[in-house]
Design a protein around this ligand. Structure first.
Ligand SMILES: [Fe+2]
Length: 235
């Protein structure tokens, strides 16, 4: 009988998140927020939602954003920090596209989301051919690869054991909070529930690109059955 009265949905404020491990708030460097005023509004929304640390992860993708290097992002971030006074702790890392040849980079140069952890991604349209080599290279450098939003790689929905393989190789996974609401479709939900049930997500990120994007995360509910796992990951 009790299950009849148990709430079927839950909300962002029940998770207990304090750190955003993935967002595009550094203005005008990628497809994220394009002006400082909007970024400041989002930071304010984040503070009110309970965040205390924001890890900025601009795209590193030579094809789409060739100007983004570790040095140029450090410079942009320093200027940004001087102009975006905030009570939040603001940090800089990166979201690295795994392209052919990425595995040959000096992994020690990559910007890390926390000590030893490197956020990497693939295209939403097709898998990276050199993903496993990239994972090996990062591990060989003494670092751990964290795969961004695996639930958005819909081409793996019919071969979920690909995630077993990536996990066995030593990769960790970062969940996009908007995915919880099912906005990326049933295949995304299938992947999300698979990885969540396995307990393989280690990081929660907003992947915020706009004011609207973050408000959607805070305002819309998701299935209550996700909550215990999310609470276990949240920090
Ligand atoms: Fe991202």
């Amino acid at each position: 009988m009790f299950s009849l009265f148990r709430p079927k949905t839950a909300g962002f404020d029940q998770i207990g998140i304090r750190t955003d491990w993935h967002c595009h708030l550094l203005p005008r460097v990628d497809d994220g927020v394009q002006d400082l005023g909007r970024t400041v509004r989002i930071l304010d929304d984040m503070r009110r939602a309970g965040y205390h640390t924001i890890v900025h992860t601009p795209h590193f993708n030579p094809e789409l954003f060739p100007a983004n290097t570790e040095d140029s992002m450090r410079d942009a971030f320093e200027r940004y920090r001087e102009n975006a006074p905030s009570t939040l702790e603001l940090k800089l890392a990166g979201e690295y596209m795994v392209y052919d040849g990425f595995e040959k980079r000096d992994m020690s140069q990559l910007l890390q989301i926390e000590p030893g952890k490197v956020l990497i991604e693939m295209s939403y349209l097709y898998p990276s051919a050199t993903m496993e080599q990239a994972i090996f290279s990062i591990l060989m450098a003494g670092l751990t690869p964290v795969i961004a939003h695996p639930e958005r790689y819909l081409y793996y929905a019919d071969t979920l054991d690909r995630f077993d393989r990536l996990h066995e190789l030593g990769a960790q996974f970062q969940l996009n909070l908007l995915s919880l609401q099912g906005v990326y479709g049933p295949k995304s939900v299938q992947i999300l529930e698979y990885i969540l049930d396995k307990g393989w997500y280690s990081y929660l990120g907003t992947d915020t690109h706009s004011v609207h994007h973050f408000r959607g995360i805070v305002q819309n509910p998701f299935k209550a059955k996700y909550l215990p796992q999310l609470q276990a990951i949240a920090r």
